[in-house]
Design a protein around this ligand. Structure first.
Ligand code: PHE
Length: 686
């Protein structure tokens, strides 16, 4: 006997008849239709026993209320019966009491049918019959529907459906017939051919289960790479193809020495502030730094060696020993270059790394406190800025980015430094894709590298191209607790359009167009991308500080400096706009710089508001009062002439203008300036 008694029952029934359908069986046996369908399906899977034809039928069935109408009559008929015959009738409230909750609808239907009328009487109404007897058509029709003896016309069907007296369901059922191999006794078919069957010859008589070639395979429980790791593996292969070797990056906790000092980052640099860097409390310091190297680094910082004036400040070992979560992978590059410098003979080297870094950032839709950096380093004799530009062009073109622009920038460890911009074909604008430069001799010489060795390097984030590639507006959809794990399984593999289509990061020629985007043409794709970018920008930019200054973009600089000095705090609180100038060539605050604040009037002219000189800490505050600080375009003019003259600089830029737009003046804005005689930059974070 089969495991399911219904199987035997169906086969038994079919053995006496030509054909039967499953609905018929369900009614006859008072059995759930789905269970019968289940039994039929198992018979089907046991071989060529029955023929099954699937059919569907729209069935009209009475609702609970419809069935009540059949037994008790329609609401209107019940109401009519409650109205006494003769002209006297009944007062409406009394009638409602008798007929209960369905009285109201009965009343309106009976009036519509012209069976009764309602006449005003004092404060109430009297309901009187207009006919002596009525015919309850609704009840009768529903009775016929239930018995299956009537077909309703469209209008009646619609009306009854609206009154929720009946519903129409599509029922799928099966018509069964005997097949060639019909039997009432099912022998469980074999699913596997075993060595025993072959040895005994049993296989000749056994019944085997047919292969189901439509069955889906069991998903292989393999791991899935996160999109970030997919993009990482693409970047790795590009760099391997270019002959780079990978650096060991297994050191999330790093000493300030390797993260900053070895890179000639002055100990007073704002990026070393707890504001921007995570300091490790346990263990708070590192054990050892190569002693003589450390002394050479100290000398480089303090000045007078390597033909450099250094920062002229006191370099403190305690500061260098402090452990931090590494803020960039350039710390790894520094370790590697030091190792190369220690070797007897210099060998030209190309290195890269892709790993995680940590920054104490204000979190928003595009920034997290940890992210990944892609970094490349090339060390050789006789290489120069031209090689850096060439390598950048080659590297980015292998990622599908052809149009590049370079903009002077500032890094404490590179000179010259360049931000790299790429033209984004999707967004139709230039976007920043990386930072680069030539490592300074103050960094390389203490490492023991020969004087004529030049090192070019660059870095970029892994998250940015990944977000563009996979179309994410919010980094939290990609990293963190809110990530949908299904996304990790479903994301297509990453292709960076390497040489394939000539488009850039955002290009959606292949994978993205097929699987991620709804856009069908390139123009549509472009507008989709720009719409996404707008979302991203509006998310991020509560305030748009727009620098129209000569060559640097000041980013959203809502900066809540945690100052140790009480005085500073008061200054900030009392004043929504503050500034801080750091002289990067000296690693010290720039004191005594005259700063003028202007506001742009309706006529487009600059209206002078106030002026102030930076204090010994390089700061200014109390520039403008809250009441005066209204949404407008402002200009800060930094007169650095007397400052540089006092430092004995012969050539310098005497003025800096930073122009920005304030949209939300109720917040506190901080305009930090990094300055040297040859230029300046504003910074955010690092
Ligand atoms: N370390 C830089 C950063 O954090 C990137 C960089 C690497 C710049 C190497 C120049 C040279 O953004």
């Amino acid at each position: 006997m089969a495991a399911n008694p219904l199987i035997d029952k169906v086969l038994e029934y079919l053995s006496h008849t030509e054909t039967v359908d499953t609905l018929q069986l369900a009614t006859e046996w008072e059995e759930d239709h789905q269970r019968i369908v289940g039994a039929v399906k198992s018979i089907q899977s046991s071989g060529d026993i029955i023929e099954v034809e699937q059919r569907s039928e729209v069935r009209t069935e009475l609702t609970l209320e419809g069935r009540e109408f059949v037994s008790k009559g329609s609401h209107e008929a019940i109401l009519f019966a409650a109205v006494p015959s003769g002209g006297e009738g009944i007062l409406l409230p009394d009638l409602m009491k008798i007929t209960g909750p369905n009285g109201k609808i009965g009343m309106s239907k009976a009036m519509q049918a012209g069976w009764i009328k309602s006449v005003k009487e004092g404060n109430s109404n009297r309901v009187v019959r207009l006919k002596e007897s009525i015919e309850d058509k609704v009840q009768e029709t529903l009775r016929n529907v239930a018995a299956g003896t009537t077909e309703l016309d469209k209008a009646t069907m619609a009306e009854y459906k609206k009154r929720k007296l009946l519903v129409q369901n599509t029922v799928v059922f099966m018509v069964l017939r005997k097949a060639r191999g019909f039997t009432t006794v099912i022998e469980k078919p074999e699913t596997d051919l075993t060595p025993e069957m072959i040895a005994s010859g049993d296989w000749k008589t056994k019944n085997f289960k047919a292969y189901n070639f439509d069955a889906l395979g069991t998903p292989i429980p393999a791991g899935h790479l996160h999109p970030l790791m997919k993009v990482r593996s693409e970047f790795r292969s590009v760099l391997f193809e270019m002959g780079f070797s990978e650096m060991p990056t297994n050191r999330f906790v790093e000493s300030s020495f390797w993260n900053f000092d070895a890179l000639f980052v002055p100990q007073k640099h704002p990026a070393r502030d707890a504001q921007d860097t995570f300091f490790v409390s346990q263990p708070s310091t590192c054990n050892s730094i190569p002693e003589d190297y450390m002394n050479r680094v100290k000398a480089a910082h303090e000045g007078g060696s390597y033909g450099s004036s250094g920062y002229g400040s006191n370099w403190k070992k305690e500061e260098a020993l402090k452990n931090v979560m590494r803020t960039h992978t350039t710390a790894v590059s520094a370790r590697m270059l030091y190792e190369i410098g220690q070797k007897k003979e210099f060998v030209p080297t190309k290195l890269f790394s892709i790993d995680r870094v940590f920054r104490n950032e204000t979190l928003d839709a595009t920034h997290l406190a940890e992210f990944h950096q892609v970094e490349g380093v090339v060390a050789d004799k006789g290489i120069n800025l031209g090689h850096l530009i060439g390598i950048m062009k080659e590297f980015f073109s292998r990622l599908g980015i052809k149009k590049l622009r370079f903009k002077p920038a500032y890094n404490p460890y590179t000179e010259p430094s360049m931000e790299v911009f790429a033209y984004h074909e999707g967004l139709k604008k230039w976007v920043e894709v990386g930072n680069s430069g030539m490592f300074r001799p103050e960094m390389l010489l203490p490492m023991g590298l020969p004087e004529d060795v030049r090192v070019i390097a660059w870095g970029l984030s892994l998250e940015r191209p990944t977000m563009i590639r996979y179309g994410y507006d919010n980094i939290r959809d990609l990293v963190g607790p809110k990530v949908d794990l299904g996304m990790v399984y479903k994301s297509p593999i990453c292709r960076l359009d390497k040489q394939l289509c000539g488009h850039s990061f955002g290009c959606s020629c292949n994978i993205q167009k097929d699987e991620k985007s709804d856009a069908s043409t390139e123009e549509e794709e472009a507008s989709l991308m720009s719409a996404k970018a707008q979302v991203r920008n509006s998310d991020k930019a509560k305030t748009r500080l727009q620098v129209i200054a000569n060559h640097l973009a000041l980013q959203n600089n809502k900066h809540s400096e945690k100052s140790e000095e009480k005085q500073q705090e008061n200054m900030d609180n009392a004043n929504p706009l503050t500034s801080h100038i750091l002289d990067t060539s000296r690693g010290r605050p720039a004191a005594g710089v005259l700063v003028k604040l202007f506001k742009r009037g309706a006529d487009g002219n600059w209206v002078f508001i106030t002026e102030q000189s930076t204090n010994n800490d390089g700061r200014i505050g109390n520039l403008i009062s809250g009441a005066q600080f209204t949404p407008a375009i402002y200009k800060l003019n930094f007169d650095t002439k007397s400052y540089f003259t006092s430092k004995g600089e012969k050539t310098f830029y005497p003025f800096i203008d930073v122009i920005f737009e304030i949209e939300k003046p109720e917040e506190h804005y901080h305009v930090p300036i990094l300055l040297n005689a040859y230029g300046f930059s504003t910074y955010r974070g690092s």
